[in-house]
Design a protein around this ligand. Sequence first.
Ligand code: UD1
Length: 419
Amino acid sequence: MDKMWVKGGNTLNGRVSASGAKNAVLPIVFSSLLADGKHRFENVPDLLDIKSTQVILESLGCTTQYEAGVLSVEVEEPKEKLAHYDYVRKMRASVLVLGPLLARYGEAKVSLPGGCAIGTRPVNMHLEAMEALGATVDIAEGYIIASAEGGLKGGRILFETATVGGTENALMAAVLAKGETVIENAAKEPEVVDLCNYLIKMGAQISGVGTGILTIKGVDQLKPAQHRIIPDRIEAGTLLIAGAITGGEVTVTNCEPQDLQPLIAVLREAGFKVDTGYGEVTVRPQSQWRAVDVTTSPHPGFPTDLQAQYMALMTQADGTSLITESVFENRFMHVQELTRMNADITPKTRVAVIRGEKGQLTGAPVMATDLRASACLVLAGLVAKGETVVSRIYHLDRGYDQLEKKLQSLGAEIKRVSE
Ligand code: UD1
């Protein structure tokens, strides 16, 4: 198992490119199950989650090939419409095969994802959406067993809270359902928009894209298409925070400034100068900047996927900040590890109080508990006195394409070490 070694103290400067968005590519690639033939995706990041996606698609009869950022998927009907526990347990997003399989074949057996480090993360809203489209859903021996004799039928889906994955599963089911489906309180994340755009390229009829109400007119058949995945706003945000926390000037290229607005607004409020250009964002150093409170919420709010990285930044702020996690119930696992690096943080159930002070962090061996928590610890390591070793970085590899190389190119002293 690899670890990440970081020596703190270097100022990061320069230009660095964002990769394609993990959270966009996963649902889009799973949506290829909706149409037989060859699908082609560009700007696909080199991630462990992509390898997991290939494995699950191959278990469903597809042929996949990944090379130099291009993923090709050739789809044909699977013998078994089954997503095994071994796959879903490794990557929760595998539950996104439910909608496409049910829509195309009227049946699907998909393992329940189970718990995860950032909370129980149930899939009840995914299942309710399938039922609203006429499916019968049972749970047996840890599996979701769904069927729709005669196919899915359009219906009204009202999500009690906005759910990214639930909206994506519902969309992928509705595009081939008979008649019209209306999804209310749909997630508005850029990744949901990117999925809509690919479904539309395949021939789906969707209106209201990017809003909380999506209307889908079911079609009989879809055809494979080609698509360039949007840039990863979470990776781009992580790299901007790397610039800010080390007091450097970092430009992230090949990103979408509009999708980064929630972070840019908070960085500006804290006193950083942030400039946006065509496909790029620059954060410039400030001798004095202050702590700013943040509450995570669905898009266009502050993303929960940047909460941990932002907390690393706030440990260096001049003053006290409150970070409220309103999306997930248990997403402060990084707090204990930051505390081991001498951060002054009091976590409550959903709120953490961070008493910032420049230079307070000291290097330590720490353990990554989830994907974004890993990024938080790497960022903290960049400014800690001495050396930090982050273990369990397979979490990091799930969602960051060569983060250490990108940070090295900006001047960080960081390397991957094998145990
Ligand atoms: C996706 C992202 C994840 C991000 C999250 C919120 C992917 C692959 N992952 O996760 O990185 O942090 O959106 O932006 O895109 N919930 C239920 N029942 C359900 C579904 C969700 O109670 O059926 C709850 C969740 O536990 C959570 C909240 O709803 O508290 C939002 O979760 P959701 O938007 O569904 O997150 P994911 O799609 O799992």
